[in-house]
Every structure is written in structure tokens, then in C-alpha cells.
Design a protein around this ligand. Sequence first.
Ligand SMILES: Nc1ncnc2c1ncn2[C@@H]1O[C@H](COP(=O)(O)OP(=O)(O)OP(=O)(O)O)[C@@H](O)[C@H]1O
Length: 253
Amino acid sequence: MISLHEVSKSYSSGEGIFKAVESVSLTIREGSIHGIIGPSGAGKSTLLRMMNVLEPPDSGKVIVGGQDLTRLPESQLRVARRSMGMVFQQFHLLHNRTVSGNVAVPLELAGMSKRQRKERVEECLQFVGLQDKAKQYPARLSGGQKQRVAIARALAHRPAVLLCDEPTSSLDSVTTGEILNVLRHINETLGVTVVIVTHEMDVVKEICHEVSVVEQGRLTDGFALEERTARNVPRHKPSYRELLLGKAGVSDV
Ligand SMILES: Nc1ncnc2c1ncn2[C@@H]1O[C@H](COP(=O)(O)OP(=O)(O)OP(=O)(O)O)[C@@H](O)[C@H]1O
């Protein structure tokens, strides 16, 4: 459903050109929850933002639903992006608008009528369990509730994909669990493909079906999380694969 073909992205700074993502090819399976993990600065967020061409790659193709998004004119790209909701670490809510008002923003931008907007906003808030907070302002909500509002807003256009950039990194472990349950529920009941960038291995272990490891701008590993049983791995600094599949330190078992 989402295929990146040899995508690269560099940034120039006073110190020269920095390659944030280098020649990455990756396919996200339709209907899956796909984790992208790696250390800080590895290029994970850049890679995620290239999936809806919020960050246009310098080279390579981004194929979503059979279309190469890098070749679409801006007006068509805006429409294509509606099928890919985004969720961010810092929620990015508008503080001068109520919870309903925040969820309505993408629908207003798309020119939807007031009556249809109202219906859709109610549906989305109900889906994340926040219908009773519709008239509140974000300042009165907890972090987990703010992230639910952001998720409801990302669902407004009935997307096929949710792109989540560190969605739980500002939250405590209990709230993280709640938000991951919301994302799992969206995946299971609506069939939405979920891509999660995270540096937290517990997040990947908890909900991802597949994971890609990104280090220094490159895709260094990719695997399904069902392979949890391999043994006899020699002692060495464990890789993400070993830590996530529970193979690290198995010589102790
Ligand atoms: N707009 C930009 N201009 C210049 N450099 C950037 C820009 N965006 C990202 N970078 C640099 O590209 C590299 C990769 O950034 P990116 O945010 O994709 O990494 P990340 O793996 O998501 O890291 P983190 O977990 O810390 O957010 C970093 O060194 C970052 O400083």
C-alpha cells in the first residue's frame, strides 16, 4: 500500500550537506501496524514525513495506492494526503478552539458543510471515547486526552493510513498503553494501516506487526515480530532485532 523506492533526503546547513535519509526502500503492508525504530537523529521522522510527501524526497518514488505522490501537482497531493492522517508527539492542537473545533479543522479546510462536519466530528470523538469533552478547550485536558483529540482529528477524513510520529513519547506508561489501545482499535476495527515512529522498544513490542530499523539515515533491518523464538545468539551488543524479538542474552536462558 505504501512503497518507498530508493528515497533520499539531505539538508544543507552552515557545516555542509547532511544526508538525513539515504536510499531507503520500504513497503508498508496494507492493514498492518508498522514500527519504525532507531536512535535519535537516525532519520525516522524524515522517512515518515516522506510517506505523505510533507517532506519531498530529493530522489526516489513514494507510491501510495498505486500513485507516485512525488509526481502529483500540489492540488492533487492535498487530496491524496487526506487519506493519510498524521499524529504527532506534541499533539499540535489549536488552543483557542474546543475539542470539537479541533477535530473539525481538516473538514473545514476541505469545505465540508456544517451539518456534515458536526456529524463526522461526533463520530470521531465517539470513536476515541471523548464525546463528553467536545466543548472543552485543550488546556483542560490531560496529555492522553489531548492525544485522543489529535487522533480523532487525524480520523476526520476516514484515512486509509495513520502516520504517527512518536505518538506516546510525551506520555507516562499507563497513558501510553491507553493510546496504543486506541491505535490498535483503529487498526482492527477500521482496517487503517498504522505507521509508528518511535524510539521506545516497548511500543513496538506492544502493538507492531512489523518493524523497520533505521540507523544513520539507512534502513538496516526489517522483520515481522512473530519471529520471537530463535535461540543460540552469541553474546555481543544486541541489535534492535535481538532486543525486540527477545533473542538478546539467550545464552543465559
Ligand atoms: N528541516 C531540517 N533541516 C535541517 N536538518 C534537519 C531537518 N529535519 C531533520 N534534520 C536533521 O536530519 C536528521 C534526521 O532527523 P529526524 O528528525 O528525521 O530523525 P529522527 O530519527 O526522527 O530523530 P528524533 O527521534 O530525535 O526525532 C537529524 O540530524 C536532524 O537534525
